[in-house]
Write a protein that binds this ligand. Structure first.
Ligand SMILES: NC(=O)c1ccc[n+]([C@@H]2O[C@H](COP(=O)([O-])OP(=O)(O)OC[C@H]3O[C@@H](n4cnc5c(N)ncnc54)[C@H](O)[C@@H]3O)[C@@H](O)[C@H]2O)c1
Ligand SMILES: O=C(O)C(=O)C[C@]1(C(=O)O)C=C[C@@H](O)C=C1
Length: 362
């Protein structure tokens, strides 16, 4: 039996737990998080045991740190003070790697195996309820081993084989530069665009509701957790600010071309971007938007819930998750339906809006 301690059972930690569980029913999964999260995770059989802080660390064969990077750093320092299992593998899922590897030095100095990890898949949603076992399927999972140790890397890959990821070993500098451009800068841009739009519409707040696919798709990630992103900005700041400078230079170039009505430059700007973006595709894992929710008022009558699922399945619309948020006797409840694609959610809206009241669209 393998004992696995997962510290932080949010989107990523609970998705890993769910995937491990699918592959290895005998694994003993211990969770460490807030009591609310642990109670939910235990009830849903995502974990087998609740624990506090790092108290279970000494019993674990693998320790997965899946909290914000700031907490991962503190935990790595604390782990260096604890007597761990001789063959333990310690890993993390943090979005930056130089700071994490630096914080792992005292642990490495004690001879403990540490392998930095970063699954390149996720969502703007957070928390244990957002996790799913297939979150990482076909996504890249970057590994930054603390020292050359192929055997430990293989052990970790075996433990996490149910994630069905594509493993890639990189060094910490390379990692932070790549994800800076591909993930961190885009999150800054999305948040800045939303904030600036808010300022521009200060005198007409209703205008934001006109936002269609363009604004929504470029700003989806602005809904991500602020604490997680603060920790990322403070641990990859030098790279991010350099890349933002280059981006601003690019913006200035297109701005000048627009002012000068320089049609050739403007066209080349869009043509180059289209060529690169088209080659990337839109449906590959790690790129998927992840979750599309729909909220319905569900009347307090026998069979109402069954009607919703029947209508959707009759039309081949797949649900990722269904969750009753409120049920009060003789009063409508709120039903949360989660879909994997925007197309599926749109179909569901069309199919259900005649029979049920749609209350919110996130
Ligand atoms: N969200 C993504 O798309 C994504 C993708 C890849 C990697 N990551 C990285 O994975 C890590 C987790 O991100 P997430 O999206 O799962 O976040 P999340 O907010 O869904 O989960 C974080 C969990 O950690 C817990 N936590 C926070 N501080 C804690 C503490 N001091 N003690 C115990 N528990 C604590 C929270 O209660 C929460 O359950 C982050 O380091 C993030 O950078 C995120
Ligand atoms: O899909 C999203 O919502 C994400 O933000 C996932 C995303 C990314 O930027 O692509 C976010 C942070 C991670 O470290 C890795 C993946």
């Amino acid at each position: 039996m393998t004992t696995i301690l997962i510290r932080g059972l949010g989107l990523i930690g609970s998705s890993l737990a769910r995937a491990i569980r699918l592959q290895d029913a005998t694994a003993h999964i211990i969770g460490s998080d807030t009591d609310d999260t642990l109670t939910y995770a235990l009830a849903q059989h995502i974990i087998d045991e609740k624990s506090v802080g790092l108290t279970a660390a000494s019993r674990a064969d693998i320790i997965i740190l899946a909290t914000p990077v700031s907490v991962i750093k503190t935990d790595l320092a604390a782990l260096a003070m604890i007597q761990l299992n001789e063959n333990v593998v310690v890993t993390d899922v943090g979005s930056t790697k130089r700071a994490v590897l630096e914080a792992a030095q005292p642990l490495l100095a004690k001879g403990v195996t540490f392998i930095g990890g970063h699954p390149m898949a996720g969502s703007h949603k957070s928390g244990v309820r957002a996790g799913r076992p297939d979150l990482f399927e076909n996504a890249f999972y970057l590994l930054v081993p603390g020292r050359n140790d192929d055997e430990s890397v293989k052990r970790m890959q075996t433990l996490l084989r149910a994630t069905h990821v594509k493993w890639l070993v990189v060094d910490a500098d390379e990692h932070d530069r790549m994800v800076g451009q591909l993930s961190h800068v885009p999150h800054v841009i999305a948040a800045a665009l939303v904030n600036e739009t808010n300022v521009q519409f200060a005198d007409s707040p209703m205008a934001l509701r006109l936002a269609a696919g363009g604004f929504k798709s470029i700003t989806r990630i602005a809904s991500s957790d602020p604490d997680m992103w603060t920790a990322i900005m403070t641990t990859n700041g030098d790279v991010i600010t350099q890349q933002l400078d280059a981006y601003q230079h690019n913006l200035a170039t297109i701005e000048t071309a627009i002012v000068n009505k320089d049609v050739d430059t403007i066209r080349t700007f869009f043509a180059n971007a289209k060529e690169t973006r088209d080659a990337l595709g839109s449906e590959q894992a790690g790129n998927l938007p992840g979750f599309f929710d729909l909220f319905l008022n569900i009347p307090d009558r026998v069979g109402a819930l069954a009607d919703v699922t029947r209508i959707l399945s009759e039309h081949g619309v797949n649900l990722v998750n269904i969750h009753i948020l409120e049920v009060r006797e003789e009063i409508d409840g709120v039903l949360q339906l989660t879909f994997a694609t925007e197309t599926a959610r749109q179909m569901a809206i069309e199919l259900l809006q005649g029979s049920f009241e749609i209350v919110r669209r996130s």
